[in-house]
Design a protein around this ligand. Structure first.
Ligand SMILES: Cc1cc2nc3c(=O)[nH]c(=O)nc-3n(C[C@H](O)[C@H](O)[C@H](O)COP(=O)(O)OP(=O)(O)OC[C@H]3O[C@@H](n4cnc5c(N)ncnc54)[C@H](O)[C@@H]3O)c2cc1C
Length: 356
């Protein structure tokens, strides 16, 4: 996988035939119920697969994580039978790639402030606005887009819509170049009088933020698993180099990295296990993402120290892994925002003296 990851990074794209292979091998169906063409899998198994994919290539791990966790899963959770037939089945078959469109040019962390608008038009809706940093959207067959009927309503004004590619007025205005995760497509989307039928509204009108936040809770387990995969790749790389150049400080760096990797692994497993047990898992998902993305960055950065100048060369594995790791503290809720939310929760729950 290592040469593939380097090539994806260099070419700035995941080859379409590789996406086709992911569909054929049923990676894009994981966790979707069998009745909608999916491959039933619990959250622990999906996390293990995402970790392994991201260990090989962070861009591939994130492509699959976004498709499964924040596109397919919310449609499975909130969709009607008709929506599942029309939208979820093609996602599970890999005929369409799923994307999640919440962030806008002027709104990221404060999702309740989005400005993309929708209005009713007969039985359907008309959407207008812009979406920014949207993964998977160039080749996406389908975007879960969030818009508000009236920005003054705050979260109560927001609804979720499934917008298939090819809908008139829906376009990718540009593809964004970025530091890491280069093979993963990150785009700006334009919604210009996009007319959709009533069947595009996902969940009750005015519940869009609930749809988004529930998707992101599951998504964070997936992103944490991808960060864990990058952490493991950086650790593997470091171990090989310490074997070749066994000096005391490098041994210490390796041992410290192993401890961080193990902590991240345990937290990802715990978040997935709680989800599988049907227990509240949002807090565990946040903690797993915080710790796993930090571990990926710490280990990848230490990997450069251990490799020396050779590892910092453009295109060298340690250099690529550090660039890829840097994205994880940002996506699906930044580290700072999750710390704020966690602190608020921890201070509100008096009955739990030891919440962790
Ligand atoms: C590679 C990549 C892929 C992405 N894919 C998607 C996607 O598929 N779909 C999608 O909808 N979005 C996607 N995003 C967007 C991502 O979710 C946002 O970048 C993220 O939510 C932060 O929003 P922002 O960039 O507007 O930053 P801002 O919200 O403006 O934050 C900027 C900085 O300020 C900090 N900050 C903000 N508010 C506070 C506060 N109250 N207290 C303390 N610190 C604060 C943040 O932590 C951050 O460090 C992607 C981003 C990247 C980089």
């Amino acid at each position: 996988m290592r040469p593939v990851a380097a090539q994806i990074d260099r070419d700035d794209r995941i080859p379409p035939e590789l996406v086709g292979a992911l569909a054929r091998e049923r990676f894009l169906a994981l966790g979707t119920p069998a009745e909608w063409g999916g491959e039933p899998a619990d959250a622990g198994s999906v996390a293990a697969v995402l970790e392994e994919l991201a260990r090989g290539s962070a861009a591939i791990g994130v492509l699959v994580a976004v498709h499964l966790s924040v596109a397919s899963a919310p449609i499975a959770a909130w969709g009607t039978e008709t929506q599942k037939e029309r939208f979820l089945r093609p996602l599970a078959r890999g005929e369409r790639l799923g994307a999640f469109g919440l962030t806008e040019p002027d709104t990221g962390s404060d999702a309740a402030s989005i400005r993309s608008r929708y209005r009713r038009d007969g039985d359907g809706f008309v959407l207008d606005g812009r979406k920014m940093f949207i993964s998977n959207a160039v080749s996406a067959g389908l975007v879960l887009a969030f818009a508000t009927s009236d920005p003054t309503l705050g979260r109560r004004g927001i609804s979720a819509f499934v917008v298939p590619a090819g809908t008139p007025g829906f376009s990718v205005s540009r593809r964004l170049d970025k530091l890491g995760l280069r093979g993963s497509e990150t785009t700006e989307l334009v919604l210009d009088s996009v007319t959709v039928g009533a069947e595009s509204l996902l969940g009750p009108e005015g519940n869009g933020l609930k749809v988004a936040l529930s998707a992101l809770a599951g998504g964070r387990v997936g992103i944490a698993a991808c960060a864990l995969g990058v952490a493991r790749a950086a650790f593997d790389e470091m171990r090989q180099r310490v074997r070749d150049d066994d000096v005391p400080w490098k041994r210490t760096a390796l041992a410290r990295s192993f401890a961080e990797l193990s902590a991240a692994e345990a937290l990802v497993e715990r978040a997935a296990a709680r989800r599988d047990a049907g227990e509240p898992f949002a807090r565990d998902a946040s903690v797993a993402k915080l710790v796993a993305s930090r571990a990926a960055n710490e280990i990848a950065s230490r990997g450069i120290d251990v490799a020396g100048p050779d590892g910092a060369r453009s295109g060298a594995a340690p250099e690529r892994l550090l660039r890829d790791a840097r994205v994880f503290p940002i996506v699906e809720g930044t580290t700072e925002i999750q710390e704020l939310v966690l602190a608020r929760e921890l201070l509100a729950t008096r009955e739990e003296p030891n919440p962790l």
